[in-house]
Design a protein around this ligand. Structure first.
Ligand SMILES: NC(=O)c1ccc[n+]([C@@H]2O[C@H](COP(=O)([O-])OP(=O)(O)OC[C@H]3O[C@@H](n4cnc5c(N)ncnc54)[C@H](OP(=O)(O)O)[C@@H]3O)[C@@H](O)[C@H]2O)c1
Length: 253
């Protein structure tokens, strides 16, 4: 039995059907009340013992901007009380390289520190584990561009580059890892091309037929400097997907 946390999310909606296609029995955890899903909350621990009962592999995809370490802590505690399943976790490229110290760092890049803290919870859990760090999903880049376009000018972090990846490719990768044995920290997974943030926005504007000026902005703090210096780009051993931002824009727009 596989348990998917975050099975209702952007990534999870790709992962769950792929897993089911392999003939696997899949249980989905959500905070919502959805027929055929199990209701629980990783922030409080509610419903987790029931969710983990009889589970051999957990795909832990649930995540928010805050507290992913707290969610991981509740999950590994429940997993340790249950059958000690294989924990497959999705994290984010660069989370171990972005120093989050001051208030500006926390407000803008606190997510990365919490992802690293969640990785550590899983690594130190004593459970068998596999972690995949992915770069930003195309779906996220789209959401960020859409939100920025609500402003009169689109602010883009100066000097910052991203290598976004297609969500479906991340899902396929994770399903392969979940069907295999515990493999520890896997090579990063990224898309095929690097784009300055301003270029991501310009391509989005072109694809959606909108007109906006893109304004480069600088931020304070060590986390921004690390990101500007390439901390969110994958390492040299990374696995690369094939779907570019332009390919994604063609299908999505
Ligand atoms: N988006 C990216 O670019 C990106 C890049 C690298 C890594 N990741 C990681 O990939 C994972 C999936 O991201 P996503 O974009 O698919 O996220 P998403 O669309 O925002 O979905 C978040 C999921 O987390 C679940 N969730 C949130 N809080 C929960 C809680 N307290 N208890 C139980 N479930 C909870 C939600 O379920 P309900 O609302 O149904 O409860 C939902 O299914 C996250 O861990 C994220 O950090 C994302």
């Amino acid at each position: 039995m596989f348990l998917v946390t975050g099975g209702t999310g952007t990534l999870g909606r790709h992962v769950v059907p792929l897993l089911r296609e392999t003939g696997a029995e899949v249980r989905v955890l959500t905070r919502q009340t959805i027929p055929g899903h199990l209701t629980g909350d990783l922030e409080t621990g509610l419903g987790l013992d029931e969710a983990l009962d009889g589970v051999g592999t957990v795909l832990h995809l649930a995540g928010t901007a805050k507290n992913d370490d707290r969610k991981a802590t509740h999950l590994v505690r429940a997993a340790s009380r249950a059958g000690r399943p294989h924990m497959v976790y999705v994290s984010v490229v660069g989370c171990e390289r972005i120093p989050v110290t001051g208030a500006v760092d926390r407000a803008m890049f606190g997510y990365f520190a919490r992802k690293r803290a969640a990785e550590v919870v899983i690594e130190n859990s004593g459970l068998p584990w596999t972690t995949l760090r992915a770069t930003q999903f195309h779906d996220l880049a789209w959401k960020v561009a859409e939100a920025a376009a609500k402003l009169p000018v689109m602010p883009a972090l100066a000097g910052v580059r991203f290598q976004p990846v297609d969500t479906a490719e991340v899902a396929r990768h994770l399903v392969r890892l979940a069907l295999g044995g515990p493999a520890g920290m896997r090579p990063d997974l990224a898309g095929p091309r690097v784009y300055p943030m301003a270029e991501l926005f310009r391509l989005w504007l072109h694809a959606t037929g909108r007109r906006r000026a893109v304004l480069p902005v600088r931020a304070a703090g060590g986390a921004y400097r690390a990101v500007r210096d390439g901390a969110v780009l994958p390492g040299p051993e990374a696995d690369l997907g094939t779907v570019t931002w332009e390919d994604f824009l063609k299908t999505r727009a």
